[in-house]
Write a protein that binds this ligand. Structure first.
Ligand SMILES: [Zn+2]
Length: 268
């Protein structure tokens, strides 16, 4: 009896110690996270200091600016997002360079283009997928299938749908601009994924970059932006996934043309 009591006590102590260790190590990670990505910090600084006529659309958890560039004033609105996931720097860089490029080009008369290169600036400077509240912004949208975790419990979707300022900033943007089509740039799956009525646009874009077109990326994405805007609001949403281990020079010419295609594309 005494033996089993002390075994129970030892087991309880072990569980407590493990919990404390896990808590401490995650605290440690969040404290140092801001120092982790010099490249992310450099890219965010470059966006902030560029001479493009940005609007500060909203603020992140840590009060960083979420920049928006509006070009043209036509009826056909295309919205292009980058940097939902802060550790996917190449996607944010593509949208930023495309904003610089498009600013100097002549848009079709009926076009308006809204570019937000860094949806999640805290994640970009920290080099983390999630925002500063440790929430995956691309799983935080108020969809019918929202849930706080997916299978692994590694990836937190927030305390409630639309709990994060970055999520609400994206929702408010759709309410204001009513886009006809949306592109959201990610890494690393090398695919042109679509949600909602986006197949024709996905195929048109894929003719430029040669990536496979897919309606499904192979795993469930509850609360994703594609489900929110594509499936539920029925706006064509393209999730452009750039390849793993590519340099910017590798992906630029073909994906500049793919994004141009999205701007010029008109539903027949
Ligand atoms: Zn992503």
């Amino acid at each position: 009896m005494i033996g089993s009591f002390s075994r129970l006590r030892n087991a309880t102590l072990l569980v407590l110690l493990t919990l404390i260790t896990v808590q401490c190590s995650s605290l440690f990670k969040s404290k140092t996270a801001g120092e982790l990505s010099p490249q992310g910090q450099a890219l965010f600084r470059e966006v902030a200091e560029s001479d493009l006529p940005w609007t500060v659309w909203d603020k992140s958890v840590q009060q960083r600016d979420i920049y928006l560039l509006e070009l043209g004033s036509g009826e056909d609105v295309t919205v292009i997002f980058g940097g939902f996931h802060g550790n996917e720097r190449l996607g944010a860089e593509l949208v930023f360079r495309f904003a610089e490029y498009l600013y100097r080009e002549q848009l079709p008369a009926d076009a308006r283009v809204i570019l937000v290169p860094v949806v999640n600036p805290d994640g970009l400077v920290a080099g983390t997928r999630s925002n500063a509240g440790r929430v995956d912004v691309n799983r935080n949208f108020p969809t019918a299938n929202w849930q706080p975790y997916d299978g692994s419990r590694q990836n937190y979707h927030g305390p409630s749908p639309a709990s994060e300022p970055e999520t609400r900033a994206v929702m408010a943007l759709l309410d204001k601009y009513h886009p006809r089509k949306i592109v959201s740039v990610h890494t690393p799956l090398e695919v042109v994924n679509y949600d909602g009525p986006g197949q024709a646009l996905a195929e048109a874009m894929a003719r430029h970059n040669g990536y496979p077109v897919k309606a499904d990326i192979g795993y469930p994405t509850p609360g994703s932006f594609g489900t929110y805007a594509g499936v539920e609001k029925q706006i064509p949403v393209i999730t452009l996934e750039l390849p793993r281990r590519a340099t910017f020079g590798d992906i630029w010419p073909a994906n500049r043309e793919a994004l141009w295609e999205a701007v010029r594309f008109r539903e027949e």
